[in-house]
Design a protein around this ligand. Structure first.
Ligand code: DSN
Length: 422
């Protein structure tokens, strides 16, 4: 059953309660390997479902447009102070509703429509909001995009520099959604300085690894840092923008009143809880364990003949090209989901297939590490993945069902925050 329990919902809206309870069970029974997902603690769940959702608070602490902020102000200030202390930044804005609005606020703070922005191309691992064509950021601004090297699968900073010198972007984004390797923040910062651009590090995927000391920090290199709070950082769905003191006012004005109305105070409180958790020794161990699990899984997948983009991983994320397995990403992801292994199909760099039917899959170890799985389990996970992909090619649903049962049996020994067996 769901934890905290939902008795009032069950009594008043059983149809919805049944769906939520089923989702809790689904999350319990599956190896959740979508690289951007995690399990939050029960304390985070409690904070995000409080009466704070009743309150409007446009503005910032001490400068609100509505009365009754006696307790909202200290809650938001606590979240800000914890973000500043955890990441060692001058300024933090905890109001962005999620990662895309956070990135859009950066455009509003530093660019005029038509200005040039540079980011990693989406099929190379970048994010839609780094200037991809279907996003407002690609339609209303002038995007220039860097790639990864075709042979190494890694960013070539010489190519990034050449492009930056030729195009003179006002803003450069580093970071992305399918980047399995360490981001060279000092290298990007040198390029940004040379061309006079604002460097934005989008650390949405790796924020928890940075907080836990398992990935280098962009602080001291990037002018602005954007992040979601719900991936490796293990908080509620939300986002933050951190910045040097110089850019604090521009960022705050862009978030409110530039882009958003009232902050979601229940989310702010839950972010504060997550930031406190992320400052503990337990979380440091967790962050290093996420990386160790990903490395062990990458090794095991390679031994099973999977082709990994860039040859492996430095963080929580693995991108596999399934061409060598004679299956496309989407049917593989769907079969893996039936086998209790949840991940997403994904383009791989230089993919010859379409984004809605690409060659690869993307997976990560943040959630399964929260459940308590260790490196010793990764060979079994890789073996299940290999067997499932082979079974999918033969329409062998019996094997896929058997693996789903084995996954459930394994996970029964690993408690899930937010769920208890009835
Ligand atoms: N949807 C997020 C991810 O899966 O990486 C990015 O926005």
């Amino acid at each position: 059953m769901h934890v905290p329990p939902i008795p009032h919902l069950t009594a008043e809206d059983p149809q919805l309660a049944t769906l939520i309870e089923a989702e809790a069970t689904r999350q319990h029974d599956k190896l959740r390997m979508i690289a951007s997902e995690n399990y939050v603690s029960e304390a985070v769940l409690e904070a995000s479902s409080t009466v704070l959702t009743n309150k409007y608070s446009e503005g910032y602490a001490g400068k609100r447009y509505y009365e009754g902020q006696q307790l909202i102000d200290p809650i938001e200030t606590l979240a800000i102070d914890r973000a500043k202390s955890l990441f060692g930044v001058d300024h933090a804005n905890v109001q962005p509703y999620s990662g895309s609005p956070a990135n859009l606020a950066v455009y509003l703070a530093f660019l005029q429509p038509g200005d040039t922005v540079m980011g990693m191309a989406l099929p190379m691992g970048g994010h839609l909001t780094h200037g991809w064509s279907v996003s407002a950021t690609g339609k209303w601004f002038n995007p220039v995009r860097y790639a990864v090297n075709r042979e190494t699968g890694r960013i070539d900073l010489d190519e990034v520099r050449d492009l930056a010198l030729a195009e003179r972007p006002k803003v450069i984004f580093c970071g992305g959604t399918a980047v399995p390797r360490t981001i060279d923040f000092p290298g990007f910062a040198a390029i940004a300085r040379e061309v006079g651009a604002v460097l934005v590090a989008d650390i949405a995927h790796i924020a928890g690894l940075i907080a836990g000391g398992a990935h280098p920090s962009p602080v001291g290199h990037a002018d602005v840092i954007t992040t979601t709070t719900h991936k490796t950082l293990r908080g509620p769905r939300g986002a933050m923008i951190m910045a040097t003191a110089e850019h604090a006012t521009a960022i705050d004005k862009a978030v409110f009143p530039g882009l958003q109305g009232g902050p979601h105070n229940h989310t702010t409180a839950a972010i504060a809880v997550a930031l406190r958790e992320a400052g503990t020794q337990d979380f440091r161990r967790y962050a290093h364990h996420v990386v160790a699990n990903a490395a062990a899984l990458a090794t095991a997948l390679t031994e099973h003949g999977f082709t990994l983009s860039s040859g492996g991983t430095d963080n929580h994320l693995i991108l596999a090209d399934l061409t060598s397995k004679d299956i496309a990403g989407k049917p593989a992801a769907q079969a893996l989901d039936r086998a209790g292994i949840e991940l997403n199909y994904n383009t791989v760099p230089y993919d010859t297939r379409k984004p809605f039917d690409p060659s690869g899959i993307r997976l990560g170890t943040a959630a399964l590490t929260t459940r308590g799985l260790t490196e010793e389990h990764m060979p079994q996970v890789a073996a299940w993945m290999d067997e499932t992909v082979a079974a999918a090619l033969k329409d062998d649903e019996a094997t896929i069902d058997r693996i789903a049962g084995e996954v459930r049996d394994l996970l029964a020994a690993f408690p899930m925050p937010g769920y208890r067996a009835a």
